[in-house]
Ligand binder design. Sequence first.
Ligand code: HXC
Length: 517
Amino acid sequence: MTLPIESMNTLRERRGKILNNVSPEKLEALHARGSYSARERIDALFAEGSFQELGMHAHHNAVSFGMAGRELPTDGVITGTGYIGDMQVASFSQDFQVLAGTMGKMQARKIVRLMRHALRVGVPMVAFKDSGGARIQEGVDALSGYGDVFYYNVMLSGVVPQIAVICGPCAGGAAYSPALMDFVIMTRHNAYMFLTGPEVIKAVTGRTTTMDEVGSAEMHASVSGNVHFIAENDEHAIALVKNLLTYLPPNNTEDPPHDMSVPIDEMEDQGIYDLIPGSSSDPLDMQAVIRRIVDNGQLLEVHAKFAQNVIVGFARICGMVIGVVANQPMVRAGALDMDAADKIARFVRMCNVFNVPLITLVDVPGFLPGVEQERGGIIRHGAKMLHAFASCTTPKVTVILRKAYGGSYLAMCSQEMRADMVYAWPSAEIAVMGAEAAVKILYRKEIEQATDRKEKAAELAQDYRDKFASPYAAASNFYITDVIDPADTRWMLALALRKLLGKRELRPAKKHGNMPL
Ligand code: HXC
């Protein structure tokens, strides 16, 4: 039997109209500013020929205010699945060329159908956001659509990785969908994101502001913390998505893609000595230490511009995927403040749900003292770290490089937070507080009565360091698994991790813990 030629023509015509809805002039203009069209984003994400669209012909049919006679190909969103390497991924891409990519009930239905597929099959979700927000003509239907999407964002949370790419406007309540996802990538020049923009802020508060001040990628990446990665353009954003997915499993029942074929050789790296400053009051560059320890010096830093006093990111160590958490003594001495605590707690929980082992590198003088910190709730924020590390059941290995004082020693995943192994370098100082501060409290009179007070304080501080704060003091009480030569760090970590990869830890059944927020 042959199909009637007219029906084939109709199919071709309909598909052609949908697939080529953007004029060549418009495409050229998009490319000139580093943007792709919605369909080009999908094409660039997936392996050629692997994308299958869901609901290509679905669109809004109701005749509502201002919509009669309007054609809305795909209802302003392309949804479907494809392959990145051998990993199936679900993706939707809002099409700004169709009524500004606005969200109505049908757009939401298409997205939700895709999210349910991702949930049932256990595949990551990548969302390209480029939209004028709720479709005004659809009124409460549009709001209901958003509500459904938010609900499924929450259902997917902790089951499959969710990545949002903000590559155009993302205004109003629409911004909550990316905020509910695991990672937010935002393009530097063509995107903005806010709940209320400059005009509304001016009308309500009288304050004049700019789009950059309240909604730019730079602001969100460095100040608000809403954005994890800045991309220079769409091409870069898609490259970041692909890179990120190389560190993650497709869902929470699987392990991340460890390459177990890499041998672990007992190899000393004496070059690491050059990174350790002579005096404990000189800062160590933790970025350099991390890059020395991980495979090929490659760290995919998450939240790189936010709370730079700490570092979090993905790397590999002898082929095994790891999440790295570290203090950065080059910024605010690596002390923990509210933003740093939020950054670490969020990353630790993300690693836990996706079974990524954690390596914590410690050089921390304490929680940052200050009126703003106390009034801002550093207790509540710091508690998030304790909650996150204690709740985390993936392999956890901690290395104390130098300082580990007070509550921050515990908050950086000490043995009591159930770190599986805690190693310390000989330069580690583990104590309630720094030696100088401690001797001032303990030996105030002796110091005051000394002929050379400075010399006396320094002498007592050294004595304190040797007797109370040395790693051997902690190791003698078995709070430390081993004191290791810094040159052995990489292979010791790799070997410990390889032995821990099969770790399974059961916790008491409960709905969920009540994390301080
Ligand atoms: C319906 C919309 C629309 C909207 C834009 N359009 N936004 N239609 N609902 N929200 C239409 C325009 O009328 C126009 O139609 C076409 O899309 C392209 O828009 P332009 O304004 O010509 O494009 P541009 O100059 O590039 O400006 C884009 C824009 C601007 C910055 C997004 O359109 C804008 O500010 N729109 C309103 C954004 C907004 O306030 N959204 C609601 C946010 S609140 P024609 O017919 O000319 O092609 C929200 C609540 C969600 O989303 C709550 C969820 C919990």
